[in-house]
Design a protein around this ligand. Structure first.
Ligand SMILES: [Zn+2]
Length: 243
């Protein structure tokens, strides 16, 4: 059985050379301390095989947190990503690289609060490195918790399409601070991008849409993904080759 070497996986999967920081360069958590237990061995295993990259935009950020976001909110985003990584771990799908980007407050004007149509406009106006799924954190989503595209286009420059997931940081308390909710919401929206549709059980990450209005419901128990969903995710064009 192959052993997992931190040094070789960091180099072949992440392009990190010696003297890297595990938290910053292997996990991509650049915003300061993270209050969660990290399992390096399982993380290395997951990012090596069926895995995808994320390009995360802070909409309305300025260096030194002089824009719309505070450092603690940025830390909540990385915590949410860690929750999502844990949720996806049950499917054997890893979140390999995090490309952090920001849109300054001038350019972000009009996108402080977005609805479904503005979410599409936002993803049309800004695009990250093409091999990652774009995720935009906005201060408020006015007509849902987030928006994505059921089966997101592989080419993020595609016109007339929502080419990313757009979501807000949740402020409701879901048993483990606020970030379990944001993490589940993130897993849900990215799940859509990776071709998953709403389910009919609230305990599934993809939740239920009881009234059929296209807006799914999730809560702090929406943590499960099944084998079928795992197989679908692994067929997405965003899954990177093994490294
Ligand atoms: Zn949904």
């Amino acid at each position: 059985m192959a052993t997992l070497s931190l040094k070789s996986i960091a180099s072949s999967c992440l392009g990190a050379s010696p003297s890297f920081s595990v938290k910053r360069d292997v996990y991509g958590y650049i915003w300061g301390p993270i209050d969660r237990r990290l399992s390096l061995r399982s993380h290395l295993q997951l990012i090596k095989d069926d895995a995808f990259n994320l390009c995360i935009f802070l909409v309305g950020h300025e260096p030194g947190f002089a824009g719309w976001w505070s450092q603690s909110e940025a830390q909540s985003m990385q915590l949410a990503i860690d929750v999502m990584r844990n949720v996806y771990a049950q499917t054997g799908v890893g979140v390999r690289r995090l490309f952090w980007r920001y849109i300054d407050t001038n350019e972000a004007a009009g996108f402080w609060s977005v609805d479904a149509g503005e979410a599409t406009d936002l993803t049309e106006a800004f695009t990250g490195p093409n091999n990652g799924i774009d995720v935009f954190f906005v201060k408020n989503v006015s007509d849902a918790g987030g928006w994505s595209n059921s089966s997101g286009p592989c080419d993020k420059d595609e016109k007339g399409e929502r080419t990313g997931a757009v979501l807000e940081l949740r402020s409701d308390d879901c048993t483990v601070g606020t970030n379990l909710c944001t993490g589940i919401l993130l897993a849900h929206e990215v799940g859509h991008y990776l071709t998953l549709k709403h389910e009919s059980v609230i305990t599934n990450v993809m939740g239920e849409d009881a009234d059929g209005n296209g807006i799914g419901s999730i809560d702090n128990t929406s943590l499960n993904l099944d084998n079928d969903q795992s197989a679908k995710m692994k067929k997405s064009c965003f899954i990177r080759p093994s490294c």
